[in-house]
Design a protein around this ligand. Structure first.
Ligand code: RIB
Length: 304
């Protein structure tokens, strides 16, 4: 099966700060680094490093060539990425603290110039049995999702950033992968993770839900079961793309035929490794690294 990740490609500008800047304040950054990122690109890299055959679709400006090289180096097919002449590549301004926390400001750029013609061209290469992975950093998501469902593709959505415009799309997603903040926004109230997962399942009975809880692990819920996975204790350097790494490894496990408990362990091990390294896409580990780590701690884990 082929996995199409139709999503954002960003240039990440990461500023090291003593704390997040407040309204009206001027704060000096200790350093600036540029990385490849974007939730779409990060998830494509994670899916591919986790063992899936991945095609990335999206758009960059003339300044985004190194993002395509990052995807290609990870083994991702990039023939469905368009290079636009009149708009810059999307970018993210990321403040990162010493404890590895971040906050992100996005500029959409080329990510917001997806056309229905590009979607039609891209989807003509995919069909029933293939999967579509989406986030919320590009335009035309409703059209994209409707066309993919019409083709019989399985659809996974990471509703990030969360906004009300996504609500009508949720019943059509096969897999919904989100964090606690996004779950609270979606439900309109905060709650204990188990309560939120149950509420999401009640609202979306046809959807498998995966709730990530950072250092508190993750929860999975489908019609048959609710599972909890603990997170590995690590010293976080940079949490950027931890969720994207989890998403890519979890979905690669599921699409590769593994059971949910194994896919959760695979994903949480990958995310734990990613947060010990700087940057978004460059921090995502390889399948071999993750499997080696799993076999050290859990000898019974089996490869994809
Ligand atoms: O999830 C992390 C990503 O969010 C960053 O790489 C940034 O580009 C934003 O899209």
């Amino acid at each position: 099966m082929k996995v199409l990740c139709f999503g954002s490609l960003n240039i990440d500008y990461v500023y090291q700060v003593p704390r997040f800047v407040s309204a009206g304040e001027t704060l000096a950054a200790g350093s600036l680094h540029r990385f490849s990122g974007g939730k779409g690109l990060n998830q494509s890299v994670a899916l591919s490093r986790a063992g899936a055959e991945v095609f990335h679709a999206g758009a960059v400006g003339r300044d985004g060539g190194f993002l395509l090289e990052e995807l290609q180096a990870a083994g991702v097919h990039t023939g469905c990425v368009e290079i636009l002449e009149d708009v810059p590549t999307g970018h993210a301004i990321i403040q990162k603290t010493d404890s590895g926390e971040n906050c992100i400001l996005l500029y959409g750029g080329a990510n917001r110039r997806i056309t229905r013609a590009q979607i039609d061209r891209t989807l003509s290469r995919f069909g029933s049995g293939d999967a579509l992975v989406l986030q919320n950093e590009i335009n035309e998501l409703p059209y994209l999702m409707e066309r993919a469902k019409g083709l019989g593709m399985r659809v996974a959505l990471n509703p990030s950033p969360m906004e009300d415009a996504l609500l009508p799309l949720l019943p059509f997603t096969d897999y919904l992968l989100l964090n606690e903040v996004e779950a609270a926004q979606l439900l309109g109230s905060e709650g204990a993770p188990e309560t939120m997962v149950a509420a999401l399942r009640e609202r979306l009975p046809g959807t498998t839900v995966l709730l990530t809880l950072g250092k508190h692990g993750s929860l999975f819920a489908d019609a048959a079961q609710i599972l909890r996975q603990t997170a590995l204790p690590v010293q976080a350097v940079d949490t950027t793309a931890a969720g994207d790494t989890y998403t890519g490894f979890f979905l690669a496990g599921i699409f590769g035929g593994q059971n949910p408990a194994w896919a959760m362990e695979y994903a949480s091990t990958a995310a734990a490794i990613a947060v010990t390294r700087p940057g978004a896409a460059p921090s995502i580990p390889s399948r071999d690294e993750v499997l080696a780590h799993m076999s050290e701690s859990r000898p019974e884990a089996c490869p994809l």
